[in-house]
Structures are given as C-alpha cells and as structure tokens.
Design a protein around this ligand. Structure first.
Ligand SMILES: [Zn+2]
Length: 144
C-alpha cells in the first residue's frame, strides 16, 4: 500500500512540473502523456469529437472553455457577456445543450466521460489526481 502511494505521488510530482504551454488542452494532453497514458485526439466517429480518447479504456475527456461552455458556479472566466446578449445567450446555451447530448450519447454507448474546465487546468496537482482517478493505473505506473 505504501509503495502504491509513493508511486502515485511520484507520478503527480513528475507530471506537475510546469510546462511552457498554457493552453488548457495542451496542459491536459501533456500531463496525460507524461503519466503514461496514450490517446487519440478528436475522434470524429464519436459524439462531440472528444478532445482525448482512450480507446481500450473506453474513456473520453473533454477540455471545455469556461466561457464557451458556460462553466457554472462562480467561475470567473464564465461571466455572461454584457453586450450583444441576444447573440451570445442562445449561442452559448446551444453549446451547453450539445455538450449534454454528446455526453449522454457517449455514456449510453458505455464510455466513461470526464469534463475538465479551463480554469481547472491551473492546479496541476489536483488535475493530475483527477486524471489518474479517472483513467486508472497505467502500465508505467504499475511497473517498478
Ligand atoms: Zn471555469
């Protein structure tokens, strides 16, 4: 058990090393790769073209922009636009509806789905924990 924890901690620390690229999707991709998971990008044959797809695990990850996908609950990046609301409101709400439908469709087909919000990619340690919890052990995590 203790051994397991130390391996986990080492993975977290290694993965949390700051990367130069701050684009949220790139942060997630790089972390996931460093942790030893392999994935495919934007599979067109799946609902919503998930950003990262882990075929053998039947798992998919979306990295959602807080503004575009209306991250709720006090996210500072998700404030609704004050001007041109007649244009933005329906557009953003449509995004949210589509997201829900895509996730529902994926889950119906037996996929596990994780949504990571842009603002959640700033805490690399927390993010790493979530990724490992969601994806389970990798080959490289279970060896040595
Ligand atoms: Zn957010």
């Amino acid at each position: 058990m203790a051994e397991k924890i130390s391996v986990f901690r080492r993975s977290v620390n290694m993965a949390a090393i700051q990367s130069g690229d701050t684009k949220p999707e790139m942060i997630v991709r790089r972390l996931v790769y460093r942790l030893g998971y392999r994935y495919r990008l934007h599979r067109r044959d799946l609902p919503g073209k998930p950003d990262l797809v882990f075929g053998p695990r039947r798992a998919a990850i979306f990295v959602h922009g807080c503004f575009w996908h209306m991250h709720p609950k006090g996210c500072p990046d998700a404030r609704e636009p004050k001007s041109n609301t007649g244009y933005w409101q329906p557009k953003l709400r449509r995004n949210v509806e589509r997201d829900k439908e895509n996730i529902r469709a994926l889950r119906r087909d037996g996929w596990s789905v994780l949504v990571i919000w842009d603002c959640e990619t700033k805490d690399a340690v927390q993010l790493t924990r979530r990724l490992i919890t969601f994806l389970g052990p990798t080959l490289s995590n279970s060896v040595n």
